[in-house]
Design a protein around this ligand. Structure first.
Ligand SMILES: [Fe+2]
Length: 363
């Protein structure tokens, strides 16, 4: 695998101020801002009004965004004749905005992108994360929810942002639970990138940095944030995206879709709930890699590493057992049915039996 990332990355406090210049350089005259509803009442939105000139706003994207909302945003963009897309928000907003940008001039639904390998580049996309976790600003991935309720990932080189502006100040107002769930997502994604079969030295370096930063700063960012830990977590999230954006994620993410779909568990907590179990499971196949992960978080053995990961989850209020999220044993067959699919980068294949053991172990 070769490392490839076409996105220009601008990182640091107050870097949002560089957005107008970047739009001019990209020849964007009428951008569409895609953001959450609450963002419209923020000081940052007023700053956009004062500094961007003319733009349109779409704020109807929900958490775990559905293809219908993405289609509505694309229709709005095309009706208004927008020539660029600015996504300001968490992973759901950024995952949606990157595909909306590719739907410029298009009449059909985003669902037509599934199964396609070639997607034409669309309008320039500018990504500004307001949470530290998804890393979506530097990935070509977009996870959308189909009308059936199934979450399905899309990926294409045309989805990459032209510019990612990672300004930690945009995360200052992020509430504790969102800080916790998005932060643990960054931590989990980085571990999944590190143990991936297709990891390369560049992804290892980004993953290591993200694991160390997130492990060291997440608890304080949730409980008593200051500008230093907010900056650490923004950097952790960015590095997480630069790692898993290349390798892909593994079984923690595969299983997470079932926990979000059936119990409404937020994405970050849904991926983390199986992380300690998979850490031990994968260590049986890739012990050296998992011991290296241990060293990043100050653990000397796989057992200690697993305990430290569990300790981090408990400290930020993440659920660690299925009983905590209202998942009864009778639901195990349906969770297993949608989770047996393998990803090529998984360090070890999991069977139906393995998943039964996993669910029983973490019940
Ligand atoms: Fe994730």
């Amino acid at each position: 695998m070769k490392y490839s990332l076409p996105t220009k990355i601008i990182f640091g406090e107050k870097t949002t101020s560089q957005l107008p210049k970047e739009l001019v350089e990209a020849n964007v005259h009428r951008p569409l801002v895609i953001c959450g509803k609450h963002f419209i009442n923020s000081g940052k939105y007023r700053w956009l009004e004062e500094n961007l000139g003319f733009f349109d706003t779409f704020s109807e994207i929900e958490a775990n965004p559905g293809t219908a909302s993405v289609d509505a945003a694309a229709r709005f963009m095309n009706e208004r004749g927008c020539d660029g897309v600015i996504g300001i928000g968490g992973g759901s907003i950024l995952d949606s905005a990157k595909v909306v940008a590719c739907m410029r001039g298009m009449k059909g639904s985003v669902r037509s992108f599934y199964g396609k390998t070639k997607i034409k580049p669309g309008a320039p996309f500018f990504a500004l994360p307001t949470t530290s976790g998804s890393g979506s600003e530097v990935t070509k991935y977009s996870v959308l929810t189909l009308p059936s309720g199934e979450k399905k990932s899309l990926h294409n080189d045309s989805f990459y942002a032209k510019v990612a502006i990672v300004d930690p100040e945009l995360t200052y107002t992020c509430p504790p639970q969102t800080t916790a769930s998005s932060g643990i997502d960054a931590f989990c994604q980085s571990i999944e990138a590190y143990w991936a079969r297709n990891a390369i030295p560049e992804t290892d370096e980004h993953a290591r940095k993200a694991i160390e930063l997130a492990y060291g700063s997440l608890v304080k960012t949730v409980k008593d944030p200051d500008r230093y830990v907010r900056k650490d977590m923004a950097l952790a999230s960015l590095n997480s995206g630069m790692a898993f954006g290349q390798t892909g994620t593994s079984a923690c993410h595969t299983l997470s879709y079932a926990f979000t779909k059936h119990y409404g568990l937020v994405h970050g907590f849904a991926v983390a709930i199986t992380l300690p179990w998979f850490f031990e499971f994968y260590s049986q196949k890739r012990k050296q890699r998992c011991l290296e992960i241990c060293s990043f978080i100050g653990a000397k053995s796989i057992e200690e590493g697993k305990e430290k990961i569990l300790g981090l989850m408990k400290a930020i209020g993440a659920p660690t057992r299925l009983d905590d999220i209202g998942c009864p044993r009778s639901d195990f067959p349906k969770i297993i049915a949608i989770s047996v699919a393998q990803r090529p980068q998984n360090p070890r294949k999991h069977t139906k039996k393995d998943l039964e053991k996993l669910l029983n172990d973490i019940y």
